[in-house]
Write a protein that binds this ligand. Structure first.
Ligand code: ZN
Length: 267
């Protein structure tokens, strides 16, 4: 399922598997002049290619190497003269998606990307009418980047999940690194955030501050309960509440327990 909308001169593209007209888990790509930020899921390949057919794309930037962000790199790159960029630490996994070690639920929801060959991203990306700063923001995974447009004060935040106050994460996510990345981002003046899973989020700086405060509080709380010898399960229940259906669906790959372990550096 593919939907598009405009925000000023930005095109917001939503891809993902649909069920009864709703997305199971939407993924947002962004088209700004001739720059495409992330290429979505393979699930929507034909719809995305149709939509982009009459658009000029010269640069693709992947915010990171995950399957729902690089899904159509290869086919777009094959058909057009495009420069593909990613952070140096993401390149290996984009070249060899087997390294992502995808679980069944990930393959079902987002598909399996083909290999593509990005170049190391420079510190700035220039489009026809915008200049974007590249900010290294690891934590969700190594080689994760955000893009910042200083004139508009727009932040393309990839998978930092800035609008989501949750500890339900996958085991590779490092919440302490995410906190450091959020601290870096709070030095920027951010009006609008364009998230890879929640789309357009206004009040950028407030949202970044809220997420950082949420993680800091959770970390302090978890450390206190751990020092009082509570079990990890009890700590999880007290801080984050009971696990959701996601833990069952993903066979434990996505859980609140993962978040607590990450905050306590027990991954
Ligand atoms: Zn991701």
């Amino acid at each position: 399922m593919l939907k598009t909308e405009k925000y000023e001169d930005l095109t917001i593209i939503t891809t993902g598997r649909g069920f009864l007209g709703a997305y199971i888990y939407p993924v947002y790509s962004y088209l700004l002049d001739d720059l495409l930020i992330d290429t979505g899921t393979t699930i929507c390949r034909n719809q995305l290619l149709d939509f982009l057919d009459d658009k000029v794309i010269k640069i693709i930037v992947n915010t990171h190497a995950h399957e729902d962000h690089v899904g159509n790199n290869a086919i777009l790159n094959e058909r057009r003269d495009i420069t593909l960029y990613a952070h140096r630490e993401a390149i290996k996994r984009i070249e060899n998606p087997a390294l992502l070690d995808l679980r069944r639920y990930q393959k079902f929801t987002w598909g399996v990307p083909q290999s593509s060959k990005p170049s190391e991203i420079p510190s700035e990306i220039k489009t026809k009418s915008h200049l974007l700063e590249v900010i290294h923001t690891p934590g969700h995974c190594p080689g994760h980047i955000c893009l910042y447009e200083p004139t508009k004060k727009w932040l393309f935040s990839g998978d930092l999940h800035v609008g989501k106050l949750s500890l339900e994460v996958q085991p590779f996510e490092n919440l302490l690194q995410i906190m450091t990345s959020l601290e870096i981002l709070t030095n920027y003046e951010v009006k609008e955030i364009f998230c890879a899973h929640l789309g357009h989020i206004p009040n950028g700086n407030m949202v970044l501050q809220n997420k950082l405060a949420f993680l800091k509080n959770a970390k302090e709380h978890a450390e206190k309960l751990y020092s009082e010898h509570l079990s990890l399960k009890e700590i999880t229940n007290q801080i984050a509440g009971k696990e959701t259906i996601m833990k069952v669906i993903t066979k434990g790959h996505m859980s609140k327990l993962n978040g607590i372990k990450s905050l306590l550096q027990m991954q």
